[in-house]
Ligand binder design. Structure first.
Ligand code: PMT
Length: 405
């Protein structure tokens, strides 16, 4: 049985927190409810107290709650902080490190995983400020349950309603059960773009932000794996709990990956590796000429195909090999061809022209394609795509010799 702090904030979906608490209890977990001032306008603490059989934490300043500095003692006793519903306001506080009430202080004080189920009006959800806050929190390892689409309390129809309580409880339960499933395993992940230099000033690159690969690395580390992250040039924060190997070019990424293959149990190639690089690099910035410029490009090493060939040469099914395929049309068919030519175990195919998918955004729409199977995943945060990829990879990896998987 795990101990879950259920944070409830001031949205109309607050009444559904009662069902979330029940769902957690049905799955065998102990729930302590933490309600913000505005949550209490929507549902009474007495209801949560009766359901959870624990006093409901409503304020830092309630007499009797400070003998053991309650937000610190609760923070260190929980296995998960789940916030459902989470308003735009609490996301902003979490992202900004503001601790002006019990729940926001608890978020800063706990080392437990944090799972958030946002609920708000569609325009609020899509506002750049909210998207940025969600991105900041994801980069820190906070996990999200996507809001649902449908009729909203404000009268609009669109995305933003609280996910179904049972789905939230299930996501929390999966998180609690799945934790440490990669303990003792080594996972090698590539992320970001590669830059192919023309001269000291200019390069050929692409739009990869690193978000997809960083999400895979973060999820693998959360599951207890020893993670090596080989990352091209990116401007977002890499996960803190992975060994980070910075590279610039496809050739450098190739070298960094191939020298680390031997010990890897799983390799996930999420990087957008340049297929071509300039044949030569100028040592100085060339002067501008009136006529056009012709650059000769040569193929870069295909790292994924190289790992596939390396496995075949050794007659080994290790490491489990996961590729990506970034396509702009007929994505799944093209992805299937890449799966075969690169001899991976499966590929995550994304059509990078699809809204909410591919480069830079926080979400992705991916179809996982194996030799004789396909799994189409809905639009969801890259953290959830990462979890689905690792679930599959773990199944292929099987149990650890002499121990549990
Ligand atoms: O970083 P983000 O902004 O979050 O964007 C995510 C993403 C769009 C980069 C990611 O989801 C993705 O699709 N990554 C793979 C991009 C890519 O290079 O796809 P591809 O179809 O060109 O390559 C197929 C596979 O071969 C990939 O696993 C790639 O890493 C690998 N490859 C490609 C070329 C090369 N020289 N060596 C390789 O190993």
């Amino acid at each position: 049985m795990a101990r879950v702090a259920l944070g409830i904030t001031g949205g109309i979906g607050a009444y559904k927190a009662v069902e979330v608490a029940r769902g957690l209890q049905k799955r065998g977990h102990d729930v302590v409810a933490v309600m913000t001032r505005n949550a209490r306008r929507f549902v009474g603490p007495v209801t949560l107290e009766a359901i959870t059989r624990h006093p409901v934490v409503t304020s830092q300043w309630t007499a009797g709650t400070n003998a053991d500095i309650e937000h610190i003692s609760l923070a260190s006793s929980i296995d998960l902080l789940l916030v459902a519903p989470a308003t735009a306001n609490i996301l902003g506080k979490f992202a900004g490190g503001i601790a002006d009430d019990f729940l926001s202080a608890l978020y800063l004080a706990t080392a437990a995983p944090v799972l958030v189920a946002p609920a708000m009006n569609s325009n609020m959800l899509e506002h750049p400020a909210v998207r940025q806050n969600i991105g900041t929190l994801e980069a820190r390892g906070v996990l999200f349950v996507e809001p649902g689409v449908g009729y909203l309390a404000c009268g609009w129809t669109g995305k933003g309603r609280l996910a179904e309580p049972d789905d939230i409880a299930e996501a929390a339960d999966r998180l609690l059960r799945g934790s440490r499933s990669l303990e003792g395993r080594r996972v090698l992940v590539t992320a970001g773009p590669t830059f192919e230099d023309l001269d000291p000033v200019r390069f050929i690159g692409n739009r990869s932000s690193g978000r997809m690969g960083f999400a895979v690395a973060r999820e693998a580390a959360r599951r207890g794996a020893l993670v090596t992250l080989v990352a091209g040039p990116t401007s977002i924060d890499p996960p803190p709990n992975a060994e980070l190997v910075r590279v610039r070019s496809a050739a450098e990424m190739h070298e960094a990956v191939m020298t680390r293959l031997e010990s890897a149990d799983i390799v996930v190639m999420a990087a957008a590796v340049a297929d071509y690089a300039p044949e030569s690099k100028d040592d100085r910035k060339p002067a501008k000429a009136d006529q056009g410029l012709t650059v000769t490009l040569r193929r870069t090493p295909d790292i994924l195909a190289g790992i596939g060939a390396w496995r075949v040469a050794r007659g080994s099914a290790r490491p489990v090999l996961v590729g990506f395929a970034a396509e702009t049309d007929d994505a799944v068919n093209k992805g299937r061809k890449k799966l075969a030519s690169k001899r991976a175990d499966f590929v995550a195919v994304n059509d990078v022209l699809e809204p909410g998918a591919g480069f830079e955004v926080e979400t992705n729409v991916v179809t996982l394609v194996g030799p004789d199977w396909e799994e189409a995943l809905p639009l969801q945060p890259k953290s959830s795509v990462a979890a689905a990829i690792l679930d599959r990879a773990e199944r292929l990896l099987g149990p650890q010799a002499g121990g549990a998987a």
